[in-house]
Structures are given as C-alpha cells and as structure tokens.
Design a protein around this ligand. Sequence first.
Ligand code: FEO
Length: 397
Amino acid sequence: MDTILKITDGIYYVGVNDRDTHLFENMWPLPKGVTYNSYIIKDEKNVLIDTVKISKVNAFIEKIYDILDGGKLDYLVINHMEPDHSGAIETIMHEFPEMKIVGNKKTFEFLKALYDIEDNLYEIKDGDEIDLGKHKLKFFLTPMVHWPETMMTYEITDKIIFTGDAFGGFGSLDGGVFDDEVDIEYYENEIRRYYSNIVGKFGPMVQRAMKKVGGLDIEIVAPTHGPVWRSNPGRILELYDKWSKYETEEGVVIVYGTMYGNTEKMADYIARCLADEGIKNIRVMNSSNTHESYIINEIWRFKGVILGTNTYNNDIFPPMEKVIINLAHKGIKNRVFGVFGTYGWSGGGVKGIVEYINKNKWEMVADPVEVQFSAKEESYEKLRELAKAMAKRIKEN
Ligand code: FEO
C-alpha cells in the first residue's frame, strides 16, 4: 500500500490519526479526533522529527519503513517530550539502535525521568545546526510552548519549521493533510479550542517564541497536531499572534449554572437585552452539559463574559465552579465581565464567582445581580442595566 506523503523533495509526513481516544490528556473531548504528526527527512543522514502516542506505534512504524525503503535513521529530533509525541521513542530506538537522539538539556532530563533513556544522546543548544547533506537543521529553544523543554526545528533549505504543539489543533486529518487540501474553517475552531485549553496559558512564552522565529523565511509550518500549513502559513502565525496577545472580537459569552431553570431564565433575558443593544455574537452556554473546553474556547474569542450561578451549599453550583476554576487556571487576560445569580435562603454563589474572577483582574462592568429564587420585575431592570453596561463597554474595545 502506498502511504508515502511527500512534503518537499526528501521530506515526508509520517503522522497518524487517533480517532479512538475520547479525551486528550484524559481531560479534553475529542469528537473530531486528533493527529500526532511526525516527519522524516531523507538525506545523507536520515532524520525523524518527533514520534507519536504509543497506542498508534504500529501504523507509525509501517510508514517509517515504507519511506526509508531499507535505509536507517541517523537522528531522532525531539521537539517536545509530552507522551503524545514521545510515546514511541523506545520502540524507534529498538528498531534503529544506532540512531542518536537530538534534544536539549531539559529534553534529556525528561527523557531519563520518563523512559530511563540516557544513551546515544546528541545535545544541542539554542541556535545550533546539524548538516544532513542537502538539508540543514537549525534549533530554536522555545520553552513553555508547551513544556519547559519544547523547541522548534527549522529546515533551512526548504524553509520548513517543525513547531511541536505550537500552531497545532484538534481534529483528525481525513485524507487532506495540507491547509490547501482541507476545509480549513472546519479546523480553525478546533485549533482555537486546542490553543486556548492546552497552550493558551503560556501566551507570553508563545509571543517570545514567535519573536524568536519571526525573522525566519518560513514557507511551511509543520506542527505536531492538525494540518500542515504550506499554502498560507501566514494565516496560522497570524491567529497565534492574535490569541497569544489576548486580542478579542466583539461578542459576549454567557455561562450559567441552574438546577430548575431560574438562573437560565436570567441568562436568556440578558442575552435578549444584549441583542437589543446590537450585539450579534452572543453565546449562551449551560455549564451542566457543556465541557469547559468549549466554554474557554468561546471566551478566548470574545471580549465580554457574563457568569451566572444558582447557590449550592452556600457556594457556586459545582458544574459552574468547574468552569470558574478552569478560567482561573488559564489566566486569560483583557476581558470584561458581569455576574448574576440566585440563592434560596443564604447567598454564596455570586460572591464565590466574583472572588475567583477578581484573581484574573478582569474589569467588572456593573454590580452583580443576585435574586432570591427567581427574578422579579425590578431584578429584570437590573439585568437589562447589566446587559447595557456590557454592550457599551465591549463596543469601546
Ligand atoms: Fe501535543 Fe504538549 O503535547
């Protein structure tokens, strides 16, 4: 079976699809699957760039042997040690025992700690190069995009940058591998969900990495997940630049927790009031049945966030609390927010949200609106005021 997928002369794609895993990192839903991308450069010295999750090692090895066609691997470059990319290292070492593993000091610390591997190492430093013959590799250390050891590998001759997690996204590659072979809009939402939940916390480090490689002449961006960008690499660089600077679009995400619908009714009323104010991008999301990764994805996109909860055991409703804790984890900057909610006999839900979100240093656009059991006429007026204040503030952006 011909499985060889050429990127340029001598450079091949050997990534694999994973449509079996339900949760990436055992946390993030994968309704559209995911890929673990890997690449081979065939030259006087043959190089494999990154590996795949161990569950997909058989399909991976098959592709490698097809391309090498009797040849051997001289180097394995490890851009990132997270097991979705390092899982097959031991197998590859077993298949090619003379191969050298290329990484930085931190890579090798993790290699030893994760797999007890400490032989056949070739340590590189920031800016080092390896000559393969026709092709030449140059290494750029890009810590915390997404782990401390992460680096990018630039192939100088064909101007391809192998970026690890950076510029990647969720979604299996169903036939098409390159950006010009797929409906890229189908992928962009999943690329942002990937960015916002996996890499987004490290926005300043992403910015630092982008500045470091920004001066390179880049024709192809080859990440470890999702499409390979060869027709319009500028598009994914532009998106990452925008997301890592916490830039926003005009719109409001309303997230609520509710047990019997009273808090939901308030959420719907606020949404209607926002529409009256001319806001078109409004997302109303139920924390009980929406995984927080989808909520964070929308919040990464829009400027306004309105959070509502009923009170549960004098505190935030647990499904809503899960969202709030995740929001605090991500450290999203440059958002404005409002809060609303209900209580029965003692409060705590609204207060809990305000305390958490204040840690993010977001600007509150209006006083919280909190009602006993369900909203009455005067509270609807306050909800409308909240919506008006939010609409006015996000239009100033
Ligand atoms: Fe795709 Fe941070 O691993």
